[in-house]
Design a protein around this ligand. Structure first.
Ligand SMILES: *Cc1c(COP(=O)(O)O)cnc(C)c1O
Length: 396
């Protein structure tokens, strides 16, 4: 069978489905990125991203996946041999740490069980011990996409301040931005990292740094050897709306459309929609008699829900069955939880019926794959949707 009728359900926690409006905006002839028509596109993208990060400080856009923007954050603001405090929230935190090691930094992990966000108290305790201020940065993942847990960033900032420690606060909000609340300036974040293919509803291909004054100063006075990733070259040319090398022109067309859509809906409504869909998904999972991986109350993600497979059942075999029979892609378990967990993405351009269809696909998949569960999870989710007012829609 080469053609399958209907839309494929891409319910992995990034890439997320791209709205038709964004696809149409991108489906345009490439323009001269040094010509007079480009500056407006570049300026709109750079200024628009400031409204998404909630910052008046600098935003940098790279033609790279999120991993590139991770590297940019580390090589601009830190120097070889610097100690960095990281927190083991899951696979992505572990990957960022591995990168820091490869770059010659000296990262240390506060161990975590992959079932919650970073613990601000543990960070404060470690920073208080560091009387000589050898630790130059605290790096945390805002929304840990491998586990579905959220780190309270404002509390991490408060922990750093309570310890009286000068370390920079660096936040990976690759899958958090534009889906769950993020406030760069208000929360005193020094460097934030994000990407295009999660809450921003774009294809993969561009990524971002938001850079505060203190981090920019660190980059001016040092940082590591760098060229492509250099914030200073980028910032200088960005003033005019242009880029030092060829930007991902059509991705920027799409980005400007996506930013307009987010503001049309209202960022607060976008965040509330994700919270509501997360709550409905967890109600379904619990009704099925399955376990949500995140067990820290209040830290469950509105972006995705990671579900623990019952003992003796393969998460990957279940996902393959759901894909084959119902044309739905669900996220796999990564590294430590490979085959033990599957992830339901509920981020980006989705509404109540997309979610209901997704949960129906999961429930049908559980049945088809012979995974023990109590049927009726979709009904439990519908009840949550019915009981929680839909953001931006007037009640009847
Ligand atoms: C997706 C993701 C990454 C990796 O981004 P790429 O675009 O795949 O390079 C890193 N961290 C988090 C939290 C992510 O969700």
């Amino acid at each position: 069978m080469t053609h399958r009728a209907g839309r494929h359900f891409l319910q992995i926690p990034g890439p997320s489905p791209v709205p038709d409006r964004v696809l149409r905006a991108m489906s345009a002839q490439v323009i001269d990125h040094r010509g007079p028509g480009f500056a407006d596109v570049g300026k709109r993208a750079l200024d628009g991203m400031k409204t998404i990060f909630k910052t008046d400080q600098d935003v940098i856009i790279y033609p790279a996946s999120g991993t590139g923007a991770w590297e940019a954050a580390l090589v601009n603001a830190l120097s070889e041999g610097d100690r960095v405090l990281m927190y083991e929230t899951g696979h992505f935190a572990a990957m960022w740490k591995k990168m820091a090691e490869k770059l010659g930094l000296r990262p240390e992990f506060i161990a975590g069980d992959w079932r919650g966000g970073a613990d601000p108290d543990a960070i404060e305790t470690r920073l208080r011990e560091d009387r000589g201020h050898e630790i130059k940065a605290v790096c945390v993942v805002h929304n840990e996409t491998s586990t579905g847990s959220v780190t309270p960033i404002a509390q991490v900032r408060a922990a750093i301040d309570a310890a009286g420690h000068p370390a920079l606060l660096m936040v990976d909000t690759i899958s958090g931005l534009a889906s769950i609340d993020f406030r760069f300036d208000e929360w005193g974040v020094d460097v934030a990292v994000s990407g295009s293919q999660k809450g921003l509803m774009l294809p993969p291909g561009i990524s971002f740094n938001a850079v505060g004054a203190k981090a920019m100063e660190a980059a001016k006075n040092g940082g590591m050897r760098r060229s492509y990733w250099d914030w200073l070259d980028m910032k200088a040319i960005n003033q005019t709306g242009y880029f030092p090398y060829t930007p991902a022109t059509n991705m920027l067309f799409g980005l400007n459309e996506a930013i307009a859509m987010l503001h049309d809906e209202g960022l607060e409504n976008v965040f509330a929609r994700h919270q509501r869909h997360g709550a409905a998904t967890r109600a379904a999972v619990r009704h099925w008699g399955l376990e949500v991986l995140c067990r820290q109350q209040g830290q469950e993600s509105g972006v995705l829900t990671a579900v623990v497979m019952p003992e003796g059942h393969s998460a990957d075999a279940f996902r393959a069955t759901a894909l084959k029979h119902y044309d739905i892609s669900l996220g796999n378990g990564l590294s430590k939880v490979a085959d033990k967990v599957f992830r339901i993405g509920h981020l980006g351009d989705i509404n109540d019926l997309t979610l209901a269809g997704t949960l129906t696909g999961v429930e049908m998949g559980l049945r088809k794959a012979g995974v023990p569960h109590q049927s009726g999870g979709v009904d439990a989710a519908m009840k949550v949707l019915d009981d929680t007012p839909a953001p931006g829609i007037a009640a009847e």
